[in-house]
Ligand binder design. Sequence first.
Ligand SMILES: *[C@@H]1O[C@H](CO)[C@@H](O)[C@H](O)[C@H]1NC(C)=O
Length: 471
Amino acid sequence: MSIMRNLLNIIVIILCGCLYSCCTEGARQTKSGEVCSHTIQVSSLFPSSSPCLVSSKAPNTKSSLRVVHRHSTCSHLSSGRATTNPDHDEILRLDQARVDSINYKISKDRVRPMKSTDVPAKNWGSGPGTYIVTIGIGTPKHDLSLLFDTGSDLTWTQCQPCVGGHCYSQNEPLFNPSLSSSYSNVSCSSPVCDLLEKQELNGGCSASICGYKTSYLDNDATSGFLAKEKFTLTSSDVFDGVNFGCGNHNEAKHMKEVAGILGLGPGELSFPSQTAKTFNKIFSYCLPSSASNFAGHLTFGSAGISKSVKYTPVSSESSHRLNIVGITVCDKQLEIPSTVFSTSSAVIDSGTMITRLPSIAYSALESAFKEKMSIYKITSASEILETCYDFSGLKTVTIPKIAFSFGGGTIVELDPKGILYPIKISQVCFAFARNNKDTDATIFGNVQQQTLQVVYDGAAKRIGFAPNGCT
Ligand SMILES: *[C@@H]1O[C@H](CO)[C@@H](O)[C@H](O)[C@H]1NC(C)=O
């Protein structure tokens, strides 16, 4: 009986929400008759204190790793536990540093110099990241938490012995190659070492052992030996001789307690490329929201890919590029001249948080959003986030639905958590940012990817999306 009453209450609340949004939105509805807004609990935007649950959508048999948000209750790192109130200024500043490095890389690709000597000496790595997976390296297997990064190719971790003490502190013990029976150095004459050279990750040769080096924009860098090692994803997914960077000189303030990076980029050195025989360069993931108490998953191969996935073609050069063609707010396509998106490249990135848009597109999106949000109180901006609201005292808020249109006619509706970035209840921000230059890349970031199933199909050169990928 009380269940019935609760159900009735919920229905009444939903109906009221609908009526309310219909009135304020001039009864604009989607073609299917759905109301074009989400009514959400304000508390659902903020981290939950409930214990972490395992993602129910993760195919629990093979090739699937648990993905946790660095700052969520599911993170086993102490920075995660301690961050019921993370430093958002710092997080947003690092996010901008990553975007700067992506733009640096992309601008270099766009005007590829004639002579290799014209290339700046450093290939900037992509900076930090948000989501963590744990994999086993070596024999016996040594579990390490790595940032998973679709913007990097080379996987690396800190290795003992650290040169001159240049290792940062990480959550797990450092990997020690001398304790692993499956470790081997890569020689300078190996073709893999030439690949490093091609990608400007070359760290020179010492005693004919191939070195690697990755630099990051805020003076961080990691370098060491290029090595081969056994990688264990699950007990049934073990790969011998995976090339990775064994970093014995690591200045990486932004890594905090994470042991390194799992490179999921499109290049030949990336983990999907090295395991292509088994997984055919296919992987999928679901990124859980920072507020949720469930983990997501990173699954290699085509297990668990939803039938409802819709694909858009990509061109894989040095980053996962896709084509953004439009944005709809409340089922209405924004009027953005088509040249706005075609002037710059667009990439999807697991490590950039906030989606970056060309200024004209950002303005159109922001003004359509603000119009629908006019009953809420605007408050001060935060770093790159220009529009923020004060939701103090509110239990629920009603926000317009937003969808992105990609090349090939694929339309992806964002989860409400992909629309708002919560700093505190009195400052919840519109989770998009404006590019400074017209040539800056449009970046589809991880806040907007939250809860979607995202499929990278490197064999068919396409990326797909489906709703409700985590739960
Ligand atoms: C790899 O190279 C380093 C540096 O020369 C050396 O100290 C280490 O013993 C080598 N490891 C193996 C397994 O050969």
